[in-house]
Design a protein around this ligand. Structure first.
Ligand code: SF4
Length: 249
């Protein structure tokens, strides 16, 4: 039996299949413009997503990491559900919305005490490098805005962050407190985003709040943080008022 040939078939099938598994997975739908999970990210990214622009296809490597993370999170939720006993009830994918700000999302889970929320849980699967960074300073985590948004929308003062550190593996839990200063800025950003969305506007990178990480962005091919590409997007978008490109563009 030709092992190399067999492995090649299996590997090819796996990497083709993993993309399909990811594409077939049901994603929670929010009808609101802004996703809590994108809070703190580049404003342009959020606008392109809200306008319905197609993102770059996910790589097989990223799809694999995502699915492995889901397996760990499913295991965690299943264990918690079995281990809670009587009393508190685990409710997964708990819907949160702010119709005023037009932001919404789904917290991984809440623990319900009757009809009252006892606590909210957000689970992340990270490698040991990112886990160490988050343990040192949760404010630098890419999901800090998401956690703050959930607390704001749930009217909670803390949220329980669970990190599944996949290298060891180990489980780390800690309480993240609400950050009112961060949320004041975030509310200003959502107000700007709503204004831009209603005008059909796409800003340049030097106009935006939020973290601009073009190298890892799902709109790298159509935007890339490149002003020429953004002008082309504006022309294609078609609803953009006449632009003053100004200095520095
Ligand atoms: S490519 Fe850069 S500027 Fe464009 S949406 Fe992504 S992060 Fe923002």
């Amino acid at each position: 039996m030709d092992n190399i040939f067999s492995e090649t078939i299996i590997e090819r099938a796996f990497w083709n299949g993993i993309k399909q598994v990811n594409a077939d997975r049901e994603h929670p739908i929010t009808e609101l413009r802004w996703r809590a999970s994108s809070a703190g990210k580049c404003d342009i990214l959020q606008l392109l997503s809200a306008y319905g622009y197609e993102a770059d296809p996910i790589t097989p490597d990223d799809a694999f990491k995502f699915e492995m993370g889901n397996i760990g999170e499913d295991l965690f939720m299943s264990a918690i559900g079995h281990g809670l006993g009587d009393g508190l009830v685990l409710q997964q994918q708990y819907n949160v919305v702010s119709p005023d700000l037009k932001v919404g999302g789904h917290v991984d889970a809440v623990l319900l005490d009757g009809d009252k929320i006892h606590s909210a849980l957000e689970v992340k699967t990270l490698n040991s490098f990112f886990t160490a960074r988050v343990e040192k300073s949760v404010e630098t985590a890419y999901f800090y805005g998401q956690l703050q948004t959930y607390m704001h929308l749930l009217d909670l003062e803390t949220i329980t962050l669970i990190i599944i550190e996949r290298n060891t593996p180990k489980l780390i839990t800690f309480e993240v407190p609400i950050d009112y200063a961060y949320l004041m800025d975030a509310i200003c950003i959502w107000n700007d985003l709503n204004k831009w969305y209603e005008e059909g506007y796409i800003p340049f990178p030097n106009e935006v709040g939020g973290e601009v990480k073009c190298q890892y962005c799902k709109y790298k091919s159509i935007c890339g943080g490149n002003n020429t590409k953004i002008i082309a997007l504006r022309e294609k978008h078609g609803e953009i008022p006449a632009l003053d490109l100004g200095a520095g563009n």
